[in-house]
Design a protein around this ligand. Sequence first.
Ligand SMILES: Cc1ncc(COP(=O)(O)O)c(C=O)c1O
Length: 374
Amino acid sequence: MPVHFNNAGAGLMPAAVTQAVTDYLAEEADGGSYEAEQRHADTLEREVYETLGRVIDAPSDDIALFDSATRAWSSVVSHIPFAAGDRVWVTPYEYAGNLILWTELRRRLDLRVEVVPVLPDGDLDLDWMSTHIGDDVAFVSVPHVPSGCGIVTPVEEIGKILAPWRCYYGVDGCQAVGQLPVSATSIGCDLLTGAGRKFLRGPRGTGFAAISPRLREAVALPFYDLHIADMTGGDDYEVHSTGARRLEYAERSNSSVMGLQAAARHHLARTDDGPGMVREAVREAIAQLPGTRLIDPGSRHASIVTFVHDRMPARDVQGALHTAGVNVWTAQGSHTPLYMNAVGVEAAVRVSPHYYNSMAEVETFARVLRDVLR
Ligand SMILES: Cc1ncc(COP(=O)(O)O)c(C=O)c1O
């Protein structure tokens, strides 16, 4: 078994997750998938929403399931009725996929996309936010933890700043859910998105969102699928639900949804202290080696440690570690482009341990990395 320090890519699924997926697939193959769906309707239609709602502390009616975090984000943001001249705030830590969507919406709808400034240590400038917020700001987009480095943004404090204003507040929780306590309620956001496969340790091809009632009332959806809508006559239709599931499509991979439910339950049953200690040991092991530079902005850090080496390109480090039995990944600067361009990083080695990794694995990582960078 390799040392798996690539949880920011995808966490290792616990046995309960693979079991849930394979059992369900076997049931579909043996007895028909519509029939399996009927048998598991309570889990697929109710329980998984409640369980995920508990994971991110949101009402189950606010939860919708998608096949990726990007799909969750774009399914909501693409349909917000922005007006020309509306300001949208992003941070330098915005994920590239979200930025592509903002660029498209800016061009199409004549929005003004502004980047919230950071303090010298990389923390977001909350005073700037407090003084510049106004009713022409229509959306504020903040990643709880970015893709390319481990800063934890103060999403709750930002929520308090934004609360009196009309803007929608969207938090990209893709790298946070499963590794940090995440509460959509305490954050006070209108949108919180996540992926199943990362620190939550669910199957690939799963994503989810918590969407507040006021945001889902506002979005102008071009279509409602048959799980919540019916034609009522020749030329009219009715939507039966005001819940977030309005944004879903009816067809989905039920075995993956069963796996996501198992991952969420597994997460809720955890009693560990999180990956903090392992993360600190990884960070020290890297910082000790000559020629390394940590990409480590901000005052609060999650379990994503990225670094560059002055001689060896990130992809070669990743490859050499993999050959020696250690999984890490290459964080492309272009995936978190605003920040990574500003610090001149095209690619960095991303090391993302989780609570299930041991200190013995950190020692293996440290030894192998020392050999690779020698
Ligand atoms: C911060 C962040 N947001 C969004 C995404 C997109 O997630 P997905 O690949 O599930 O669409 C990622 C993926 O790595 C990410 O790191």
